[in-house]
Design a protein around this ligand. Structure first.
Ligand SMILES: Cc1cc2nc3c(=O)[nH]c(=O)nc-3n(C[C@H](O)[C@H](O)[C@H](O)COP(=O)(O)OP(=O)(O)OC[C@H]3O[C@@H](n4cnc5c(N)ncnc54)[C@H](O)[C@@H]3O)c2cc1C
Length: 401
């Protein structure tokens, strides 16, 4: 959409898979016969299987809101959706764009368009909850992001409910908020979450949970010959052990590999998800893992947290960029349960992977006070400003008082 990559460059060429002894068939699977063990495609092709792995992904949730089917109400899931949005914007020379929801996909699209034509697009983001990235970031960090997006010229309407989408002659003209306020729009981008594609699985009687196909730790479904992986599968949260959608590429890739390993005879368990994520909005890079403090409190986990500012390089090196990390600990067990980063450079945001590893390892506040990182003046702050240990020191102090 921003002209950074071509469609071809983001799709793994089929030939690469065929070279690995994999036959790629393009078509829609419309039914499965579990007795004869065959998958049927929409053109009538039959594909026999000994074992089947389902990876049907997820589809955008379209809320049953008045006006959702008007021309110009667009959503993004696939490459063809991206092409539709691109052509729609270009063909119609649209200017006023409203985005419903402030999740990471929505904000990435909005920021890419604004960055491409800062003086052209009027961008208005409307979010029901009180801050951007509400399922991924706590308010204390998210407000920094919100201020930044406003500086970049985006209208951020947080804590506002879209009541209906307005149109004329079948084409969108704006949105109406529950307060009666009307926001004019030539295009409305509607991305408020995704639902697992479970129709095929339901048709053959597989067990389905609240968020997708139910699988065990080895990705096996309730049918012994069928495994499932990725966005279509319900996951378990690593910390709360509760079911979650976990619709991110990390779990999809690892579950795909584990399912294949299972068929090859391995017995490696899927550990559950931390929902580690990252996104880039203009020049800010954001990332997070584990529970937010808001989610922890909802799960009845009492928390202690610390927010620490750091920098991407030693203060004496030119080009130093600021970044901020928040770490969240379970007050009772003192274990690390979450982290979020907002950074002006890419590399500090990737430190979230260290936070994930520390959570998976069950590390506590005390453990983190002795966490030693690789240091180099050009790629990390002064040793005394390493923020993971400082956050742990602050949490330690908070628990003393
Ligand atoms: C715009 C966008 C940006 C994203 N960015 C990030 C990101 O930065 N980081 C991140 O972690 N995650 C991101 N995600 C989420 C990530 O893309 C998904 O979690 C991941 O692709 C899931 O992989 P999957 O293989 O389970 O499903 P998918 O990648 O959705 O693949 C499922 C495939 O199954 C096909 N299919 C479905 N039903 C049938 C059928 N009956 N017959 C044949 N084929 C069928 C679908 O057409 C699709 O190609 C993003 C998602 C979107 C939409």
């Amino acid at each position: 959409m921003a002209g950074l990559v071509t469609g071809e460059s983001i799709v793994n060429p089929d030939q690469k898979l065929q070279g690995a002894g994999i036959k790629v068939i393009t078509g829609k699977a419309v039914s499965i016969d579990v007795n004869t063990k065959k998958v049927y495609l929409d053109d009538g092709t039959e594909i026999p299987y000994d074992k089947l792995i389902m990876g049907t992904g997820a589809s955008p949730i379209i809320p049953p809101m008045e006006g959702h089917d008007l021309k110009g109400v667009l959503t993004l899931r696939s490459l063809s959706d991206a092409e539709t949005i691109k052509h729609f914007l270009e063909d119609k020379k649209l200017k006023k764009l409203a985005f419903i929801g402030a999740g990471f996909i929505t904000l990435e699209v909005a920021a890419l368009l604004k960055a491409a034509k800062p003086d052209y697009y009027d961008i208005h983001v409307i979010e029901l909850l009180s801050h951007p990235l509400p399922m991924m970031m706590d308010k204390d960090l998210a407000v920094l992001l919100q201020e930044y997006l406003v500086e970049k010229g985006m209208e951020m309407n947080m804590g506002a409910k879209v009541e209906k989408i307005l149109g004329q002659d079948g084409t969108v003209t704006g949105v109406e908020l529950s307060t009666g306020e009307i926001i004019a729009a030539d295009m409305v981008f509607l991305n408020v979450g995704a639902r697992a594609n479970t129709e095929l699985a339901k048709d053959i009687g597989l067990e389905i949970g609240r968020f997708g196909i139910r699988v065990n730790k080895f990705l096996e479904t309730s049918n012994p010959d069928i495994l499932a992986a990725g966005d279509c599968v319900e996951k378990e949260d690593f910390i709360t052990k509760k079911p979650v959608p976990g619709q991110l590429r990390g779990p999809a890739v690892i579950q795909g590999r584990l399912a294949a390993k299972r068929l090859a005879g391995y017995k490696i368990e899927f550990p559950g998800v931390l929902n580690a994520w990252a996104c880039k909005l203009f020049d800010k890079v954001l990332s997070g893992t584990g529970l937010t403090e808001e989610q922890a409190l909802q799960a009845d986990i009492e928390t202690v947290s610390a927010v620490v500012d750091s920098r991407s390089k030693h203060g004496m090196i030119p080009g130093v960029k600021p970044w901020t990390i928040k770490l969240i600990f379970d007050k009772d067990s003192r274990k690390l349960i979450g982290g979020q980063i907002i950074s002006d450079a890419v590399s500090p945001a990737k430190e979230i992977d260290a936070v994930s590893a520390l959570i998976l390892g069950g590390k506590t506040i005390e453990d983190l006070t002795t966490f030693m990182t690789a240091g180099n003046p050009d790629s990390s702050s002064e040793p005394s400003m390493e923020p993971i240990t400082i956050a742990a020191e602050q949490a330690l102090q908070k628990l003393r008082t």
